[in-house]
Design a protein around this ligand. Structure first.
Ligand code: C5P
Length: 404
């Protein structure tokens, strides 16, 4: 999550009755941490599962539960509370509440707020698998979608009732990601983005290998930002300890050759290729299938190296290449090496940074190299920078008619 990525956003978080209410405490914390203003409104049933006191402490604002709340001076809580809202999010959304929404009912504060809203409505269903599968629920959800209501989830898996199936609420982190994605400008709508990220690992024997220093954070942040911008995203990742960004298709590989093969298989279906991976330039010619032992006479092992394929250059050489973006981590003279590398790899855009200073860090400072010149972007955390870079890439795409 980028620092304050939801700053300035005002959300009404409506809670209805269900055991998943306990997860909304964590969701509230995530939204507040991202800078959003969160106005919690609870149905009577929701207050049976978690107290308004808890939700008030986490949101930092008074919680509303009744249409007749005297704290709203004009007695118009059902209208006033959503006036400033950028969205109403109902989480958890119970079977009963979805039914009421689908029929436009307005018999308590939260239903009335939804009917009287001017902003988008997102619902996060949470219920037992049979309640979700019930034809009436499915009819109601289909009606809500037809009415322009966004449905987030539900997930599949073990449920509080002990059964397993569809209907459980998305985890709070996934709900957060879906909300952040909902608000991101859709500069890559209809686009398909293929990325590489992380290091590659070239084995020497079953326990040793050579690799590059790379946390994968920048590539994963770009994959997340591209997904949020509306693209279909395929991320080919080397060995890294990072969670897959929400909504991104991830393919794990180990070696440069595997990364090359995965990219070459996928690339005909993509119109943007962003090569962020720190690919090992060489691999040992013959890997040993047993652990190489130290010898009594201290003889050192020797290896013959062969060069790995240059994935970015190979993609850029295709007869109909996607829009190619390269990355370059340099230890000095970035101005010279960045442009030289862009020309050598034959890509329209190369993003350079002073690598050793940024390894594993959460922020980064980069320079854009392209035929028309260089542009330095201000230092920012990697997620905020990723959104900026995605916007920069979108501006440079050849056919802008596809960009909304
Ligand atoms: O040559 P260098 O490794 O600095 O080039 C960096 C750019 O080229 C990055 O975009 C990187 O992902 C890509 N690259 C690649 N295959 C390689 C080496 C680098 O795609 N074998």
């Amino acid at each position: 999550m980028a620092t304050a990525e939801l700053a300035g956003k005002h959300l009404v978080l409506g809670m209805t009755g269900g055991i998943a209410c306990y997860k909304i405490a964590e969701l509230t914390r995530l939204l507040v941490k991202a800078g959003a203003t969160v106005q919690v409104v609870m149905t009577e049933a929701a207050t049976q599962f978690i107290t308004p006191v808890t939700m008030q402490a986490l949101s930092g604002r008074p919680v509303y539960t009744s249409q007749w709340d005297a704290r709203v001076p004009n007695n118009m809580a059902h209208i006033d509370l959503s006036r400033e809202a950028d969205a109403i999010v109902i989480a958890p959304a119970s079977t009963d509440f979805l039914a009421k929404l689908a029929h436009g009912m307005a018999d308590d504060l939260l239903t009335t707020l939804c009917v009287a809203r001017e902003c988008p409505l997102l619902v996060v269903p949470a219920m037992n698998r049979q309640m979700w599968a019930n034809p009436a629920t499915q009819r109601n959800v289909a009606q809500l979608r037809a009415d322009g209501v966004e449905t987030l989830g539900p997930d599949s898996g073990p449920q509080a009732c002990g059964e397993v199936g569809d209907g459980r609420m998305l985890e709070p982190e996934a709900v957060y990601e879906a909300i952040a994605s909902f608000f991101a400008p859709k500069v890559l709508a209809g686009r398909r983005v293929l990325l590489t990220a992380g290091p590659t690992f070239e084995p020497i024997d079953p326990v040793r290998g050579i690799t590059n220093r790379s946390s994968g954070k920048m590539g994963f942040a770009l994959a997340r930002a591209a997904q949020q911008a509306g693209a279909d995203v395929h991320l080919v990742a080397g060995p890294v300890a990072l969670d897959t960004p929400w909504g991104v298709f991830r393919e794990d590989v180990q070696t440069a050759q595997q990364m090359h093969d995965a990219v070459m298989r996928a690339v005909p279906d993509y119109d943007i290729f962003i090569a962020v991976a720190a690919v090992a330039d060489w691999r040992v010619d013959h890997t040993s299938d047993h652990k190489i032992k130290k010898t009594a006479d201290h003889r050192l092992p020797s290896f013959t190296f062969v060069e790995n394929p240059d994935i970015l250059a190979a993609v850029a050489r295709l007869p109909h290449p996607p829009f190619c973006v390269g990355f370059a981590a340099e230890s000095g003279d970035l101005d010279v090496h960045g442009e030289e590398k862009r020309v050598r790899k034959n890509v329209p855009l190369l993003i350079g940074n002073l690598g050793p200073l940024t390894f594993g860090r959460d922020d980064n400072e980069v320079v854009l190299f392209e035929a028309s010149g260089q542009k330095k972007l201000p230092r920012a955390d990697k997620q905020a920078l990723a959104s900026t870079l995605i916007a920069e890439i979108a501006k440079r795409l050849p056919d802008t008619s596809l960009i909304s």
